[in-house]
Design a protein around this ligand. Sequence first.
Ligand SMILES: [Zn+2]
Ligand SMILES: [Zn+2]
Length: 349
Amino acid sequence: MADIREAFCPRCGGPAGEGIDGLCGKCRLAETRWLECEPRAVHTYCPSCGAQKSGQLWTDSEQERQEIGPGLALSALRLHPEVRRPQFEVGIREVSANRSMADVTVTGTLYGEPIRDRCTVELVWNKEQCDRCNRIAGSYYEGIVQVRATDRRLTDRELDVATRIAHETEASLQGEGARLSYISDLKETKDGIDIVVGSQAIGLAISQAVSQRLGGRYTTHPKLVGEKAGRPIYRVTYLVRLYPFLRGDVIESGGADLEIVSVESNHVRGVDLATGRPRTVRDEEPKRLIGHGSDATEALVTHLDHGMLGLIDPVTSAAIEVPRPSWLTVEAGAQVRVLRDRDRLVVLG
Ligand SMILES: [Zn+2]
Ligand SMILES: [Zn+2]
């Protein structure tokens, strides 16, 4: 018979609730503070790049104020842990450039009873320069990638490709959250490109990618520039040296003319333009650049005779004869591609 006493709510005499004190849902609710609301919520963002600060941590964000507002307002609310199926309605009014007011209505159930309440949160839009913009503004950097070619200048294509690789590397590292892997400056110099970078990670990544894609080697040259909190600070120069020759270059080596097919770390592979046979020329063998295949012009074939090829020089219009490449199938009246080398013409085909 002990159950009879517990079957009624001790406060209102209605049916008892499930708790040990026997209070019904309504009476329990009446003495529970189930919604607490901080009067303000602060959002800190970087006015230059839009990054958001959470605690001490900055993250990049594309979110606009309208998208951030509701979540920010809700971050000021504390709900009793037993509130079930909470729903929120947030209305935001802009007050000034750095203030908005959010009216939040909360509904749900607690102890089986429907609940509803509202509160107002002041949203503060706080500007602060982020870690990255702060470093860039202070001209802070950790390295310089210098892209150069060996014994020649960079071609336009190499300049374009190296620049694109640098930007792609930055975008990919930033996308992975490496915020300080930025490029603070990228400029063409007399002999190549200088890329000023915010971290050694991006300096290394660019150097690796450029030397791999364009053919070359890189060396790193660290220099001690100071100390921070007892730790040495280095600035690193990454010197990327592209190989002296490009695929498609026509060179002269050991009396033979070669068109380069591939450039490797210590040799080039090419085709001998007289015989059509492949040849390898090691780095230490002397070579001389004649030009690039893409610079070739067309010359008219006038006749074929005893291993010689009669041509009209496309510049001087003079009739000349050159040795006929053994692999070349051509008839009088056709055009062949030639490169000028001083006073002679080199037939490419
Ligand atoms: Zn009651
Ligand atoms: Zn910023």
